[in-house]
Design a protein around this ligand. Structure first.
Ligand code: FMN
Length: 169
């Protein structure tokens, strides 16, 4: 992988998780308690000359409100085939109604900057600093995608985060 990432960016592991049972999106510092949700959609690449992770979150998620204010987020890839129960739980329960970190028995470890946290025991952690927030727009979206994913609206927001550190959890 390119020098921007410094070393192996873990692309294969990330994609395997996203195409499998998912990865965890951890948000702290969004004006509420820390929260974790499961994601299946994310992009890893280079934007604005920086290594960037983009995640897509629907406005109905509790996480969305946190991301609107947060300066950082982390994407935590579980060990291959592991944490299945936790992925299902964090992908179906809302942080509005319960403390998913406590219910899953997760320990949040301190990242490389103040306030950045990740799930201890992750296979791979991407620490990201918020660069940009953009909305998926119905006016410009391909009709086929619109029909398949947005029958009920709730168009995702894309959050672009500069990857400030990639490491094992
Ligand atoms: C495998 C899987 C992948 C998911 N991927 C996404 C995603 O990429 N974006 C999204 O907005 N919701 C996604 N979800 C749904 C959220 O994880 C789910 O609505 C969650 O309960 C939101 O939690 P929150 O209200 O605490 O933010 C996914 C769920 C699962 C099970």
């Amino acid at each position: 992988m390119s020098g921007l990432f410094g070393h192996d960016a873990g692309f294969d592991k990330l994609i395997k998780a996203l195409e499998g049972n998912g990865a965890f999106l951890v948000v702290t510092g969004g004006g509420g308690a820390a929260n974790i949700m499961t994601i299946g959609w994310a992009q890893l690449g280079v934007v604005w000359g920086k290594p960037v992770m983009t995640v897509l979150v629907r406005p109905s998620r509790y996480t969305h409100g946190l991301l609107e204010k947060a300066g950082y987020f982390t994407v935590c890839v579980p060990p291959e085939g592991g944490m299945r129960g936790e992925l299902a739980f964090c992908g179906s329960k809302s942080g509005r109604d319960c403390d998913k970190i406590r219910e899953c028995g997760f320990t949040l470890a301190e990242g490389s900057r103040g306030g950045v946290k990740y799930i201890a025991g992750s296979e791979l952690v991407y620490e990201c600093g918020m660069l940009e927030r953009t909305r998926v727009l119905p006016e410009t979206l391909a009709q086929s995608v619109k029909a398949k994913y947005y029958a009920a609206g709730n168009y995702h927001t894309s959050y672009f985060g500069e990857i400030i550190s990639v490491h094992k959890g």
